[in-house]
Design a binder for this molecule. Sequence first.
Ligand SMILES: Nc1ncnc2c1ncn2[C@@H]1O[C@H](COP(=O)(O)OP(=O)(O)OP(=O)(O)O)[C@@H](O)[C@H]1O
Ligand SMILES: [Mg+2]
Length: 456
Amino acid sequence: MRLLMIGRLNGELVTASKIAMQRGAAVTQADAVPQGLTVLRARGADLIMIDVGLDIRALVGALEAERIRTPVIACGVAADARAAVAAIQAGAKEYIPLPPDPELIAAVLEAVTSDSRAFVWRDPAMERVVRLADQVARSEASVLITGESGTGKEVLARHVHQKSHRAQKPFVSVNCAAIPEALLESELFGHEKGAFTGAVARRIGRFEEANGGTLLLDEISEMDVRLQSKLLRALQERVIDRVGGTAPVKVDIRVLATSNRNLAEEVRKGTFREDLFYRLNVVHLRLPALRERPADILELAAHFAKKYAAVNGLAPRALSAEARTLVTRNPWRGNVRELENTLHRAVLLASGPEIGAEAILTPEGDAIGPADGPATRAAQAAQAADAARGLVGRTVAEVERDLILDTLDHCLGNRTHAAKILGISIRTLRNKLNEYVEAGLEVAEPGGVRALAAYG
Ligand SMILES: Nc1ncnc2c1ncn2[C@@H]1O[C@H](COP(=O)(O)OP(=O)(O)OP(=O)(O)O)[C@@H](O)[C@H]1O
Ligand SMILES: [Mg+2]
């Protein structure tokens, strides 16, 4: 966890940075925003803490312009409410009052470092995968991790990193689907000053940030073929070329990749390079869907019940017998992520000494479950017929838009999950969502639903 402190380190900021160091953060300090940006371009950081008296708006603006996605947290004297509000309005994610409370700093670090994320399993089907992961973790082999959306591919990748010789070095993850095609190359390999409009200074890419450690290329199937060749060269020759650069840069990284598409199939279709596929697929870890590992369901449910009670400051409660039966029977098409969201809601909704079945609900507040009784089937058929009648008279574009926005709500704003359900690529989904935003429509943010969808 790399923390960048921007501000003069006197008094209370020193204390804050000491607390962060005790909690395992590597702290770099810069006196002012321009120096802070230099550090970010040269080395990167996982979190920025900035003195509330500095120009936070300028910092956030520069980060946006240069697409540096490091979260910003402002710190200042507790009594200064006006400064806190201004900091949040300027784009800070949080405000930490000084003098710093060690618990608060720890919680903030915890929230941004996912290193502390638990990895829970019990089922024999999972045991096999974890055993294989542990065996190969200490090697330098590339590992391809596949599995349905929400099965824990990123969690498993972090586990491999933690068990490797590189555990003390950075773990950097890049979501290839989330970054526009034109920008992915500079995100991965960095760029020199003036390489393209907007390249105001040299900036290192994720490969160099991960140097000595592990790079996770998430959703690698979304990378275009041209960039795949450059990636192949980086893996084979252990050097990269910054965009606009003239001299290759040596890098020492281990690459893990995930995909929720069948890469062998993509190779057959010609959208994924065969040589790259064999490079990455030295070891293949296939995560079973949650429904294929029933013993994990209760283990994870108990884990999430405890976790979200703690997060929300509530006393821990166990699941009632009916609630346990309900969760073990549910198909969990959204896998661990869906189970996690459901348990989070349940912790908030349950009243009484246990988490009862009545608290295990869908995001819309309906009972979960396979809903396959004859009565519900008939009701569903009638509903489908109604829905189809309601469609006549509307354009395909309108229906598509509603389908996409409703599905996104259903997935609590999770793009990957929604794209999977819709059967379209994440890039297509993002393009559509951008269109809707430009047209002034509301689109669910990750972790949420549209305000109108929730209340009306
Ligand atoms: N074995 C596990 N133990 C604890 N938490 C888990 C486990 N597996 C998944 N999770 C949690 O479930 C959520 C989804 O996991 P993760 O992001 O790793 O899935 P994914 O397979 O990468 O999904 P996607 O295909 O959508 O990217 C995360 O919040 C993660 O912390
Ligand atoms: Mg993932």
